[in-house]
Every structure is written in C-alpha cells, then in structure tokens.
Design a protein around this ligand. Structure first.
Ligand SMILES: Cc1ncc(CN)c(N)n1
Length: 228
C-alpha cells in the first residue's frame, strides 16, 4: 500500500467526522449562521497567508525545479483563486471581504498554523508535505462528496464554494501532494515516516477543529488587546 493510502486509512475516522461536521452539513443544506461564515473567513484569510509563507519554506527544501514550480503555483492558487470561495461566504453573510482581513488568529487557527510552521522549519520536505496535505485533501473530499450528494444548481447559496473545491484543479493538487509524499516516504527511514504520519494526523484533526472554531466563533479566554 502506498504511504499516502496508509495516511488516508489512519485518518479515515477524522475525514468521516469532518463530513458530518455541522458547518459542512450547513454548506450542503445552504444554511450556515452568518456569524460562523464571518469568523471562518476572518480566520481563513490569516491561515492562508501563513500557508503561503510555509510554501516558501517548502521551496527552500526542494532539490529540483519541478517541485519548486509546484509550490510556486500553489502560492498563486491561494492568492488568486482561493479568494473566490471566501467571496461566496462573504456574499451569503452580506459583508465586505476587505472588512474581514487582518484579524488576530483564534486559538485553533494559531495552533494549526504553528503546527505546520514547526514541521516546515524543523522537518524534511516529506514532513512539510505531510503537515500541509490535509488542507487541500480534506477540502477536495468535501467538495467532491457534496457534488455527488447534492449536485448543486446555481441557485444554491454555496454553489461557488462547492464547485470550487469539487473541481478537478483541487483534485489534481491533492493527487500531486500524494505523489510527492509517496516519493519522500520511499526515500525516508521509519522514524521520518512516523513523523510524517503524526504531522498528517494532527493537521487532519486541526482541519476538523478549524470548522468547530468557526462554527462556535472561538475566541481567546480573555480576548484583550491585539488578541481581541
Ligand atoms: C483551514 C483550511 N483548510 C483547507 C483549506 C483549503 N485550501 C482552507 N481554505 N482552509
């Protein structure tokens, strides 16, 4: 079995729980509380900014130009394309995207970004890929499953979001992540493979927790100063 298949197998209960998450079910039903959409976009804007920085760290670990081009293209995808699903949430919530930028990271978003930064700062390219992969992988599965389940028409409030993540572009990004993870795992020893597994599982857990953070509008226990 490929290492990426082993990752998916170990993480299966977390993937299943993400599909059943009330925020994700709300996307399917076209009914997510406005406050949850706003909190999500505020946090995700900052999360994705950090994601681009981590792609920069990943580039510094690449040993060939093909890998560098992949990460460069992913930075462009985040900066130029992933604004569309954010805009969809903003339109449904009736707020301006610009007004939701520059928020302080809530505890879960802080934890998740620091987890990935730690993997990318101290680990190999394989460890970095394993920590980053649940980001495209879980969204691709949500998009694909919702396309199959409800096959939304243009009058569905989250048509743009679902069709964006259920599209072949996100499928291809996920497939490329898997191939690169498999190549790194083949060259890695057991200790590195074990770290890759741990990074992947923690990031998948934090994907689930990120939906909860937005749904419950998680804040710091004493939200003062720059942490408001
Ligand atoms: C937290 C999170 N995870 C994944 C994605 C999809 N790239 C996202 N926008 N935000």
């Amino acid at each position: 079995m490929n290492f990426s298949d082993q990752l998916r197998q170990e993480a299966a209960p977390i993937f299943d729980a993400i599909m059943e998450h009330p925020f994700v079910r709300g996307i399917a039903n076209g009914d997510v509380p406005k406050e949850a959409l706003i909190h999500y976009v505020k946090q995700d804007f900052e999360y994705l900014t950090t994601f681009c920085r981590i792609y920069g760290l990943a580039i510094s670990k690449c040993e060939n130009r093909e890998d560098m081009i992949f990460f460069r293209d992913q930075i462009s995808f985040v900066l130029n394309d992933e604004i569309h699903p954010h805009n969809n949430f903003c339109e449904v919530a009736g707020v301006s995207y610009e007004d939701l930028q520059k928020a302080a990271l809530a505890p879960t978003a802080h934890h998740y970004t620091r987890h990935m930064l730690q993997a990318a700062t101290t680990g190999s390219l394989g460890e970095t890929l394993a920590a980053l992969a649940p980001c495209p992988w879980t969204y691709w599965e949500i998009g694909r499953n919702l396309m199959n389940e409800i096959n939304p028409t243009t009058d569905h409030p989250f048509y743009d979001w679902i069709t964006f993540y259920g599209d072949k572009d996100v499928s291809l990004i996920t497939e490329t992540f898997k191939q690169k993870i498999d190549a790194c795992a083949e060259a890695a020893g057991p200790a590195e493979r074990s770290r890759m597994m741990e990074h992947f599982l923690i990031s998948t857990q934090l994907e689930h927790q990120f939906w909860t953070m937005a749904f419950e509008q998680e804040k710091w226990p004493v939200p003062e100063g720059v942490l408001k």
